[in-house]
Ligand binder design. Sequence first.
Ligand code: NAD
Length: 450
Amino acid sequence: MMTQSKVSEFVNKQRQFFQTGKTKNVEFRIETLKRLEQAIEENKDPIIQALKADLHKPGFEAYFEIIGVLTEIKYALKNLKNWTKAQKVATPFHQFLSSAKVYHEPLGVILIIGPWNYPFNLIFTPLVGVIAAGNCAILKPSEIASHTSSVIADIIQKTFDPSFITVIKGGVETSKELLSESFDHIFFTGGTEIGKIVMSAAAQHLTPVTLELGGKSPCIVDDSVHIEYTAKRIVWGKFSNAGQTCTAPDYLLVNQKIKKDLLNSIKEQIQKFYGDDPSTSHSYSRIINQRHFYRLSELLKDGRILVGGDTNLEVLYIAPTVIDQVSWKDKIMQEEIFGPILPVVEYTELSEAIHLVNKQPKPLALYFFSSNKKNQESVLQSTVSGGACINETVMQLTVPGLPFGGVGASGFGRYHGKAGFDTFSYQRGVLNKSFLLDLKWRYPPYAQKK
Ligand code: NAD
């Protein structure tokens, strides 16, 4: 564990580096993004291996994590000059002979705290925004995904001067030490309870925060869908990374008219994706640790298991599982599942499903499957969620032009693409006036007539 004074030293060095003004230069930012891109390209194999060691993550899914970051870098490189341009705004009549512009200024030294589920992507994607906006960064990856954490530290150490970008490895105590320092922005991805701790620590320094939290993201299916495609997209979104995805569909709300057909198709897709025994599949991840394994095993006691249900503590395996006949009072419907268990609830009228969703805290994502445009509009209009997909799951976060983040209990603040640039910048409004003329009437003493 790092001592408090060592942590302070890192922060102070970055503050000094920031004050040199080097990071404000747009060419420097472009150069930095290119170096990051190259470092990631050169380290694809170690990253994929580390993700395998931490989560038994299939190579394809690990590659997906990496591609997500590379796409963000490319998007930032393409748009950065445009984003950083000062924007002219109109001036009111009484400010004639002046111009007004909005400048996008970097904030300074940013702290990024990451989780273990997409441990590479969720440190590097926010870092792209941090660099694009012209800041320094301290990265604190999750100690739970220890192999990935080490690879991240290695890449950053080899690529950047620590007074510009550095990694501080460690667990909760290190995180607390970091949080006692003064930063210019804290970007946190993790659980809701820890989010509250981060926010109250940040409040001591009046530091703005972005909280990327979790929650129960609903997946609603009406009776106008293509059954097979719907099943495939749900199974993929739910069971990739063994369900340990913040945006995974947490529970399924299905129209009772198609429930039987959809569940049959979901069962079939699970078998097609992961075989008769998913524990032998190369495409299926493991649970991150024993704590989460025990937590998830408890949830298997609710309802009636339709598919899966097998577990193996030794290899931290929990089969892709579908559970029917759950009640809202069951634990599985009360907390974020964050694992490979899909509870199913049926409804008769769409309004009933909307009502059930709206009774829960605001989720990070909402998925609605329907071919009916009116129903699509109705669900989007009458629910609240950080992001949403129609006829798809999870893929919203692969579009750099879509701001990503939560609302209410699932967090606040946005990143990806321009939203990331905006989060790590502040807007400085500047009025610039000419000396050509100076109207006397604005100054005291004020005449009554004025
Ligand atoms: P977590 O909150 O336990 O840990 C996240 C980070 O916080 C880690 O780096 C950890 O070291 C640090 N931390 C833990 N306890 C702390 C404390 N008391 N004080 C200060 N720092 C502390 O989250 P996790 O278990 O790594 O991730 C799972 C959660 O993250 C789920 O709820 C999931 O939905 C959420 N998540 C959200 C997103 C998103 O983009 N919104 C993405 C991934 C995960």
